[in-house]
Write a protein that binds this ligand. Structure first.
Ligand code: AMP
Length: 554
């Protein structure tokens, strides 16, 4: 940032630093709880003051290990207090917290560690077998492994001899307690997260202190996550994927309690933790909520304290919105984002006009991905880059810009991820309505281009998904001799149901133009998913793209 050419403001120039968030929580919400589910099922109880004291010691320990500013400290860990300590210790001392997704293929994990050239790896004991599997491919930059546990186990996988091993608790116990958070440049890198890479190799998104703090303010607005000091927030969204949607930072800013579910993410475990720890708000992907719903319905369980649930990562369904509202009195809040946007870009909160809608229409509106957060801007463009009108009907490529949108991937030239006007192309296709509510209609690579017109695969999936016989549905572009591409519907039936092609196609009548109807339906046992739980359409296309051509020649 350059000096202003006119008159300078005369306000204090404190930078936006991640350590300030933790310091605030420790000083003003000292006793507020951080509760974590341990691997053995028991609960660990800390406070913001306790976490800050331990994060300072950990930062001192990292420094003693020789970690320099800008160097990367990787994590392979679940949502718990030790991961939270690394989340703050690494950027707080000027290093970069590089969260790695353990659900990725081991070869991708090895690639990511090498691409990031990590110096330290903090790892949950449960991932030691994974570490053993990639031992030969670990980066030469790696000097230290920190086991997120009390002590080192008796047996460890065979690792390169030069690596030093430490137990997290031993490091903290041995470290000096007088470490002071350094004053850093707010534009310094703070965290690194790789995109799931459904095509090609994963790419690193490098966040800064400034972008992270601004994002935390953005999601803490009342029309977004809007945390308060009375909240007890449970991020089910993993801290190893896009900063758990910014919740670890936003909760510290608001002085909210954090309830961290560890590795037990099944419906029964989440339900028990929500009630026992009086969770008021939770966040995660739709699959998590479908599992919770199935558990609640089968056991007759209630949600005693949860008021709202934020869902994102993939589209929310009306089943979720209706079931949680009508059966449990819980508001589902739909948001959209991506790694490159820190990740939250839009959040659904009603304006007066939508609040006044008849109930059925209001419910339908909640399926939209929402309005853009303040300080960001968005637009939709056609194939030639011309901006499209906000009529809720025309759909085009969605672009965003703002202070927590990436400008370049890790290791690439500044600004290389932007177009000439500074906009970032999200790779999503969307409509925007007159009130500024965005609705995703597709990924740009999944949209079905039939005779020059676009068909939204997601719109078709949503309809198929609401059929009572359907557990999960996918629609892909299948090659067609006349129309280039036509929709092919793949359906996983609900247990005990046997849907027919005619019955399934009937569900589309009157809901979409006739020419959008899938050309064929395939009943399958399961659908492939990526490591972040999204439908893996590349795999489906590799297998079924020629299905219609095969039908024609039979
Ligand atoms: P990731 O960077 O792994 O978080 O993936 C980001 C992508 O997930 C986005 O570009 C969207 O395609 C998809 N996505 C995220 N949130 C939603 C949502 N609420 N509805 C539909 N797609 C979503």
């Amino acid at each position: 940032m350059s000096e202003p050419s006119g008159l300078s403001g005369l306000m204090q120039g404190h930078g936006l630093l991640i350590s300030s968030l933790l310091r605030h929580a420790a000083r003003h919400h000292a006793d507020t709880e951080i509760v974590s589910r341990r691997a053995d099922g028991g609960l660990d109880r800390r406070s913001w003051a306790g976490i800050e004291a331990r994060a300072r010691r950990l930062a001192a320990a990292f420094r003693a290990l020789g970690v320099a500013e800008g160097e990367r400290i990787a994590t392979l860990a679940w949502n718990d207090w030790r991961h939270l300590e690394v989340y703050y210790a690494a950027p707080g001392m000027g290093a970069v917290c590089h969260t790695v997704n353990p659900r990725l293929h081991p070869s991708d994990i090895a690639y990511i560690l090498n691409d990031a050239a990590d110096k330290v790896l903090c790892i949950d004991p449960g991932f030691l077998p994974l570490l053993g599997a990639i031992a030969a491919e670990l980066p030469t930059s790696l000097t230290d492994i920190v086991l997120l546990d009390d002590t080192l186990p008796a047996t460890l996988p065979a690792l390169p001899a030069h690596l030093r091993l430490h137990a997290h608790e031993a490091l903290i116990d041995a470290a000096a307690g007088d470490f002071v958070w350094p004053v850093l440049d707010e534009r310094a890198a703070s965290a690194l997260c790789y995109t799931s890479g459904t095509t090609g190799r994963p790419k690193g998104v490098l966040y800064s202190h400034r972008s992270t703090v601004l994002h935390a303010f953005g999601i803490n607005m009342a029309d977004a996550m809007g945390f308060r000091a009375v909240d007890r927030v449970m991020p089910v969204v993993p801290m190893f994927h896009v900063n758990a949607w910014g919740i670890p930072y936003a909760a510290a800013m608001a002085g909210a309690a954090l309830i961290l579910p560890g590795r037990q993410l099944d419906g029964a475990s989440l339900h028990a933790l929500m009630n026992a720890e009086q969770v008021s708000m939770s966040a995660g992907v739709p699959t998590v909520w479908l599992n919770l719903l199935a558990h609640l319905r089968s056991t007759g369980g209630r949600l005693d304290t949860v008021q709202r649930i934020m869902t994102g990562g993939t589209a929310c369904t009306s089943l979720l919105i209706d079931a949680f509202a009508d059966e449990y009195g819980v508001r589902m809040e739909h948001a959209w984002g991506m790694s490159e946007i820190s990740p939250v870009g839009t959040y659904h909160a009603l304006k007066p006009a939508q609040s006044a809608l008849p109930e059925a229409e209001r419910r339908r509106h909640l399926l939209k991905q929402g309005r853009v957060l303040a300080l960001l801007d968005m637009k939709i463009v056609d194939g030639e880059g011309r901006e499209l009108p906000w009529d809720g009907v025309q759909f085009g490529d969605l672009k965003l810009r703002g202070p927590w949108v990436t400008a370049a991937y890790f290791g690439q030239a500044p600004g290389s991820a932007l177009d000439a006007d500074g906009w970032f192309a999200t790779g999503d296709v969307a409509t925007i309505d007159a009130d500024g509510f965005m609705e995703i209609t597709d990924r740009s690579k999944d949209v079905i281009k039939s005779g020059g017109e676009w068909i939204s695969s997601i719109a078709l999936e949503n309809i198929a998904q609401s059929h009572p016989d359907v557990a999960e549905a996918a629609v892909i572009a299948a090659r067609h001799p006349k129309w280039d591409e036509r929709p092919l519907l793949l359906v996983v039936p609900r247990p005990g149901r046997t849907p027919t092609e005619a019955g399934l196609l009937d569900a589309f009548t009157g809901k979409v133009p006739k020419w959008w109807l899938p050309d064929a339906v395939l009943i399958v046992g399961e659908l492939p998913h990526t490591a972040t739980g999204k439908l893996q359409k590349t795999a489906l296309r590799a297998r079924y793209a020629d299905h219609l051509l095969a039908l024609k020649t039979d």
